[in-house]
Design a protein around this ligand. Structure first.
Ligand code: GLU
Length: 487
């Protein structure tokens, strides 16, 4: 049974790439009846913030992958520092690490021949244990460094489940720190200590960590633990090919941007899955269960995945399309409940009952819930925004025809049975009587009540708006027509 972990550092909001890493871990675990561990990597006290932790939890909760932020086990790295230090000292006791007393600010300058990578300080690496113990006992600060076994080992190798066999010469791996001079563990030490202690079987994380993995393999071995399997995930990149970053690309990299943009959580999950993973069946729209059923690490690609956005539109068209598909499949009550906050946020007065009435009329027309403000505005407002009188003129008709149609409609709507079939029959009969095509009758009415030609089905719209509003708006349209034709 696999045990996987997602290990965010609470130093910013939940990044799109981190969300994808979490989802791939989660899918791998669910597909294989494994365990998902959420571990907060919060040992860097200077950079951690509670606000960041809250926003990571918010982002994970929005993804809606289950209770407890979608995880089965939860740990805070800051509560496990004793373990990290103990395991670092175990490595030291085995002779696989040494104390480096070089004052931090001199480390690089002291030893690096200019331009070459700094690997280690020979005087420190080769210090006798007596001297090392004496200086430590005297209270001299030191960094505990891993003694990379360059004499006995040519390379560190591991088989990445995505990128294949990886190898790096030990001559190119520096003697990295396990404990800082303040006695606290480094990321490498804390991460591997926890991964070993929590019996993590698969480390699935961003490709930017691949170079760390050589060091991690060395630590696992020094701990006497079998290194877990590694699967590194391709990077997410911007349309211009650069790595997605908050600094450069702003809010598009934050999960909450999609949440606030009116996406369903599952659409976003589905979209993220398609960034760097292709299912065998080549399907795109998949339910949560389908994703769980078909997810394998073999389907993860090696090439970077592009997230598309522009300055004007932060949302990837594929995500928008997936969301429109999912909105179409929503039960109407859920559609109404999810769209309501977006209508309210756009400043409209409405309620759940009205949203429930509107829901079937907009289901095919909204791509994200934010569209409610532009697709359904005329349901919520008292008076329509000004529109062009020319819109009222039917195809192959003129202003006189529009006026005749609207006048007839005004009479008909006063007495017609105000339901779909009643309005349908009465307005068609009205068109016949006027000698115009039904479409020539309906278009001026549609524009009069909605303020535009592109609108939901007419009779249902009239019913939801109600007799009084329809009559009022038709009256307004006649005034608009009159003013423009006499001007
Ligand atoms: N806390 C690390 C990060 O956020 C975890 C990396 C890892 O998965 O080992 O980058």
């Amino acid at each position: 049974m696999p045990r996987v972990r997602f290990a965010p550092s609470p130093t910013g909001y939940l990044h799109i790439g981190s969300a994808r890493t979490f989802i791939f871990n989660w899918l791998y675990a669910r597909h294989n009846q494994g365990t998902v561990i959420l571990r907060i990597d919060d040992t860097d006290v200077e950079r951690n913030t509670q606000a960041s932790l809250d926003s990571i939890f918010d982002g994970l909760d929005w993804l809606d992958l289950g209770p407890n932020h979608g995880a089965d086990e939860f740990y805070r790295q800051s509560e496990r520092i004793d373990l990290h230090v103990k395991l670092a000292n175990d490595i030291f006791a085995k002779g696989l690490a040494y104390r480096d007393f070089t004052p931090a600010e001199h480390t690089d300058a002291d030893v690096a021949p200019s331009g070459a990578a700094w690997l280690f300080h020979p005087a420190m690496r080769n210090m006798t244990s007596e001297e090392s113990d004496r200086r430590a006992a005297a209270g001299e600060p030191f960094v505990l460094r891993f003694r990379v076994p360059r004499e006995t080992r040519e390379a560190v190798t591991f088989a990445d489940l995505v990128y294949g066999e990886q190898s790096k010469g030990t001559a190119d791996i520096e003697d990295f720190a396990l404990l800082r001079s303040n006695g606290l563990p480094t990321y490498h030490m804390a991460s591997c200590a926890d991964d070993a202690d929590l019996r993590i079987s698969h480390i699935i994380r961003g490709q930017d960590h691949l170079t760390n993995t050589f060091k991690h393999v060395l630590i696992f071995e020094a701990l006497g633990a079998t290194p877990p399997a590694f699967a590194h995930l391709p990077l997410l990149i911007a349309p211009d090919g650069s790595k997605l970053s908050k600094r450069k690309h702003g809010p598009v990299v934050s999960v909450t941007t999609y949440r606030d943009g009116g996406f369903l959580p599952h659409s976003y999950v589905n979209f993220l899955c398609l960034l760097g993973w292709s299912p065998k069946n080549d399907r795109e729209v998949m339910s949560r269960q389908e994703l769980v059923d078909v997810f394998t690490l073999e389907g993860v690609n090696r090439s970077n995945a592009t997230v598309n956005f522009t300055d004007a539109d932060p949302f990837d068209p594929k995500a928008v399309w997936l969301n429109a598909e999912n909105v179409r499949a929503l039960p109407l009550d859920e559609l109404a409940a999810r769209a309501l906050p977006f209508a309210l946020a756009a400043g409209f007065h409405t309620d759940e009952a009205q949203m429930r009435q509107i829901a079937p009329l907009i289901q095919e027309r909204i791509r994200t819930f934010k569209d409610i403000a532009t697709v359904a505005d005329f349901f919520f407002v008292e008076e329509l925004a000004p529109y062009d009188a020319a819109e009222l003129i039917p195809q192959k008709g003129d202003a006189a025809m529009a006026a005749a149609a609207l006048e007839a409609a005004r009479d008909i709507l006063q007495t017609a049975e105000f339901n779909h079939d009643g309005l349908d029959a009465a307005l068609r009969a009205g068109a016949l009587k006027l000698g115009v095509k039904p479409g020539q009758m309906f278009q001026p009415i549609r524009v009069a009540v909605c303020g535009r030609k592109n609108a939901p089905p007419l009779f249902e719209t009239l019913v939801v708006l109600g007799r009084e509003t329809c009559l009022h708006r038709i009256g307004r349209a006649l005034e608009i027509l009159h003013t423009t034709t006499t001007a």
